[in-house]
Design a protein around this ligand. Structure first.
Ligand code: G3H
Ligand code: 13P
Ligand code: ZN
Length: 324
């Protein structure tokens, strides 16, 4: 099948209590690792491309890599999505250039400007069958090259006005997640019986209030990496330095996926798997210099972490057929 938009996926995910994984792609090995896992697990998937990814790898290379994945995985639905589109022109360029879904992220602008710019993107995108994600509230951390030291939670009282005023197909909200590998400070966490740091809970009260105001409407969570400690350890034991890297507990994401959250964005966990694996390889094989030798285990570990997300966190393994 050819690339699809996110409409059917979100309908099914909402109805059946799971979420679609939205994984960021920047090169061939990442595309392959993700889609090989999805193919084997028969899972629908969203491959997303940021402004930074387009600047790094070039729009055409990324589109062609994703198109290659579509040929290699003919039986699973795949969406090609723009992550954190900064303005109308970037969204238009992606829509014109083969994307099937875009995000317009005007969340750091005042509400009325956010509505105006988002509505403009929706009007253009819908003419081409492209679905649109908007955002309300800001995540702490780096969001599309804009750094927010402190995030601001989504205000439930704004969501109906935003969705009605824009016509968006899904809405990203801020309930305590943030981008990157340092989502919580150790002093914000409690220590459990195993000595593991447990971060503060996500604001499920906000999620539930938003969902009450927007029945049957797909919600998106950004900043949803869990920062697996085995990979943080692998990085740190092999010359890296990532002290106090902490992510969102996977059980909370599983809970969110059972509610109205239909898309969960994961990038940092794949970066960690790739970097940890390559660092370990270099440490163990200082004589090797063939990129294929270190990219192969890196790709294999991306595949395994994605498989784990599909099965144990998102709940979308085996759901490809109902999303077609
Ligand atoms: O939301 C941010 C994503 O992880 C993409 O990051 O802008 O460094 O490509 P990037
Ligand atoms: P993480 O940094 O938690 O992986 O979030 C990725 C993301 O939200 C991409 O838009
Ligand atoms: Zn994001």
């Amino acid at each position: 099948m050819s690339l699809v938009n996110s409409k059917k996926m979100f309908e099914q995910a909402y109805k059946n209590g799971y979420a679609i994984g939205a994984f960021n792609v920047n090169n061939m090995e990442i595309v392959q690792g993700i889609t090989e896992a999805c193919k084997e697990e028969n899972a629908p998937v969203i491959l997303q491309v940021s402004k930074g990814a387009r600047a790094y790898a070039n729009h055409t290379y990324l589109v062609k890599l994703v198109e290659a994945a579509v040929i290699e995985c003919p039986d699973i639905p795949i969406v090609l999505h723009l992550d954190h589109g900064p303005d109308f022109d970037t969204c238009k360029s992606c829509i014109d250039g083969g994307f099937t879904s875009v995000m317009i992220d005007y969340s750091s602008h005042p509400l009325d400007e956010n509505i105006e710019e988002t509505a403009k993107v929706v009007e253009y995108a819908h003419k081409y069958g492209v679905t649109v994600e908007g955002e309300l509230g800001t995540l702490a951390g780096i969001e599309d090259e804009v750094s927010h030291a402190v995030g601001s939670y989504t205000r439930p009282e704004d969501v109906e006005k935003f969705v009605k005023g824009t016509g968006v197909d899904s809405l990203a909200i801020a309930i305590g997640t943030s981008h990157g590998a340092y989502k919580f400070k150790p002093e914000q966490c409690t220590v459990n019986e195993k000595g593991i740091l447990v971060p503060p809970a996500l604001r499920f009260d906000i999620l539930k209030e938003v969902s009450k105001r927007l029945p049957n409407f797909p919600i998106v969570l950004h900043g949803s990496s869990s920062v697996p400690q085995e990979y943080v350890k692998m990085v740190n034991e092999n010359g890296g330095k990532m002290p106090n890297a902490i992510g969102v507990p996977e059980e909370q994401l599983r809970e969110a996926a059972k509610l109205s959250v239909c898309k969960i964005n994961i990038d940092s966990d794949l970066r960690l798997a790739m970097t940890g694996t390559i660092r370990k390889f270099f440490n163990e094989h200082p004589d090797k210099f063939d990129p294929r030798e270190y990219l192969k285990p890196a790709r294999a570990n991306i595949k395994e972490i994605v498989r784990h997300k599909l099965r144990d966190v998102l709940g979308c393994a085996g759901k490809a057929d109902e999303c077609k």
